[in-house]
Ligand binder design. Structure first.
Ligand SMILES: C[S@@+](CC[C@H](N)C(=O)[O-])C[C@H]1O[C@@H](n2cnc3c(N)ncnc32)[C@H](O)[C@@H]1O
Ligand code: SF4
Ligand code: SF4
Length: 349
């Protein structure tokens, strides 16, 4: 079974304008992309004249692209909602008026201890994070702490939520994806660790948004985007110019040069068609399939069998999950990250 057509939609775009970085984190999917950079002309040709809902800049540390400020200006002038994911280095370096052009900013942090954080990220991560948080607060820019949820840090969740509350920001969590082609697999959560982490999040925090399909399905959370947004309403552009349905997809079969007139060639390409596959087991056996679609498609792709349901699915694996009570944050927030990848965003408590 395939999901529906994608034509005519406003598209969320993720652009890695560079694969270069000032740090060297052991969990990072983008390491093979070092040395590649997109120009202002590349980005303009990609977005001009198309229905672009939002753009997030991620993948490497974008300030290291000499065209980055010109790219931000170009996209902002076209009225596109922008966000940036950074280790803090770029946020410190950007001028105040450029930072104000972002709808929301993500600052990456995995540990609440300077030594652990700096040792993990191989550099001055802790100071970059501290200074960039202060800068976002001073400028009144909406920001989140972005945490890769791994087997080495998932027990930090309550403290990360406390930190977010103290700083007056959100906590966004990307479940770690093992990317064999980048040589990074060892931080993956087991089934039990995944659901323990989800339990910790919901028992200590209030949910702003969830686009992890398996969590929505199991906890009866109405999804912002049914199933996974990848392959349906978002595209990712690597600094090589390759276009992929999700950042963790190392290689695509479409290049930005193929998208001069429309995004449609991307949605028709093999990798995007693959990203829309729903496992047959799910369509035959599960009444949650319209919400879940088989779970995070990248997790399934990276496991080597896209036709197998999500590794964290209790139904398919005949396992249990802990009792989890969902508490929603009051009001809603319009964050670029909410609906363009599988992620969880919480209000700190
Ligand atoms: C690739 S980085 C690029 C932006 C910037 N350099 C930074 O560190 O925030 C974007 C986010 O992806 C996360 N990340 C990197 N590799 C990951 C992986 N294999 N699984 C899940 N998240 C990952 C990082 O921790 C970071 O929060
Ligand atoms: S700072 Fe970001 S891009 Fe750089 S290595 Fe770490 S996660 Fe990857
Ligand atoms: S059986 Fe498939 S569709 Fe149902 S919850 Fe599990 S992964 Fe999702």
């Amino acid at each position: 079974m395939k999901k529906k057509d994608t034509k005519g939609k406003a598209i969320s775009v993720g652009i890695g304008t560079t694969g270069n970085c000032n740090l060297s984190c052991p969990h990072c999917y983008s390491r093979p992309l070092r040395g590649y950079t997109l120009t202002l002309e590349d980005v303009a040709a990609l977005i001009d004249g198309k229905n672009v809902k939002s753009i997030n800049f991620g993948t490497g540390e974008n300030i290291l692209n000499p065209d980055f400020v010109a790219i931000v200006d170009h996209c902002h002038d076209r009225g596109i909602k922008l966000s940036l994911t950074s280790n803090g280095y770029g946020i410190i370096a950007l001028a105040d008026d450029v930072l104000r052009k972002f709808n929301d900013i993500d600052i990456s942090l995995e540990f609440l201890d300077k030594k652990l954080q700096d040792d993990f990220r191989h550099g001055n991560s802790w100071d970059f994070v501290g200074k960039s948080i202060e800068k976002c607060k001073r400028l009144g820019v909406e920001f989140s702490i972005a945490t890769a949820l791994m087997n080495v840090n998932y027990k930090e969740v309550p403290r990360l939520l406390e930190k977010a509350a103290t700083e007056g920001c959100n906590l966004r969590l990307n479940v770690f994806k093992p990317v064999p082609k980048a040589g990074i697999t060892k931080f993956a959560l087991t089934y039990e660790e995944f659901w323990e982490a989800i339990g910790l999040l919901f028992s200590h925090g209030r949910l702003i948004s969830c686009s992890e399909p398996i969590v929505n399905a199991m906890l009866n959370i109405p999804p912002i985007v049914p199933q996974s947004p990848c392959g349906m309403s978002s595209i990712r552009v690597h600094p090589t110019g390759q276009v992929v349905p999700c950042v963790y997809w190392s290689e695509g079969d479409v290049h930005i040069n193929d998208l001069v007139d429309s995004f449609e060639p991307a949605f028709q390409s093999k990798s995007f068609r693959d990203a829309r596959i729903i496992p047959e087991w799910c369509t035959k056996n599960c009444d949650k399939v319209n919400v879940c679609g088989g779970g995070c498609v990248s997790r399934r792709f990276l496991s080597g069998d896209i036709n197998a349901p999500d590794r964290y699915c209790p139904i398919y694996h005949k396992k249990t999950i802990p009792a989890i009570k969902v508490t929603h944050a009051k009001g809603s927030k319009d964050l670029v990250h909410s609906s363009y990848l599988c992620t969880l965003i919480f209000e700190g408590v």
